[in-house]
Design a protein around this ligand. Sequence first.
Ligand code: XUL
Ligand code: MN
Length: 346
Amino acid sequence: MAQPQTYRFCFGPWNLSEGADPYGPTTRPPQTFDWKLAQLKKHGFAAMMFHDDDAVPDIDGKSEAQIRKAAAELRKRLDGEGLAAEMVAPRLWFSPMTIDGAYTSNDPKHRQYAIDRSLRSIDIATILGTDILVLWLAREGSYIRESKNARRCIGWLVEAFDKMLAHDKKIRLAIEPKPNEPMDHAYLPTIGHALAIAQLTRDPDRVGCLIESAHAILAGLDPADEIDFAMSFGKLWSLHLNDQNGLKYDQDRPFGNTNLRSAFDQVRALERNGYGRHGEYVCFDVHPFRTTKPEHWMDHLLNSRRTFLRLVEKARTFDEAAANQLIADRNYQALDQIVIEHLLGQ
Ligand code: XUL
Ligand code: MN
């Protein structure tokens, strides 16, 4: 019999954020990268996610050789701590060169900047020992539809992906769709879009996806169904679990904090598809509440992992035989209630 999956967890330095929001400043003192890495290790997380400039600060001011050197130093440190890099993602939404989009900017120089920076991110990923480049396409969309030609933008996205795939024969691109924020409408808002555009690239097998629970909810979709869909293609290569209360700004709440049943369904979908079997990590893209005191700074991550593991237990102890009988009898009212009773416990 197949052994039950044991999961490995990770988060990124940005998940220990300082509490700033668009309306107010930070509420916790800044912490160093070293402190964040130490917290990750101390609390038994196995890997860290990296934006390119988390791994190599001031990346735009560095030569290729300097970037490689900084990445190699980080790799040495991670190895020394027994930690892995889960992925690298080019942070293409901060620079003055990406104000009007990155791969889909109307300015060819800016499109080139985005591609060059992505190729450097791939180099960093390789040095850090991961083959996953995550692409959250923050500014690939529009506020003013007439300012862009969406058909041409899809072509530019494919061109950019092709250059990345050609740059390194081992790299895999995990597209992280999000339907809005910061854009009004994104060009790749769902997993269906991500997997469809993969087919237009030079190597569809190396273009997959990352599902973030909150992003699926913002698209009006069920994250558990998105998991089953992506895993039907063998293309769920990473995962950002969190929660979201309705169609608002991206909230990055602790996993399961708003909709426990949906969290249970996501865990069940991961379990039935064997997520993690090929080395995939469970990542939490969650943020502390603005009100969080410095001494409670890790709690949103620890609570997300605890909820996840408790839901794994719930998924494994769910009475599947009873559920199947109710399904055969089309008694979905009773099925609904046994789920609720199971989650409520004794
Ligand atoms: C944005 C988001 C990002 C990506 C990584 O909503 O989720 O943090 O996960 O670039
Ligand atoms: Mn994310």
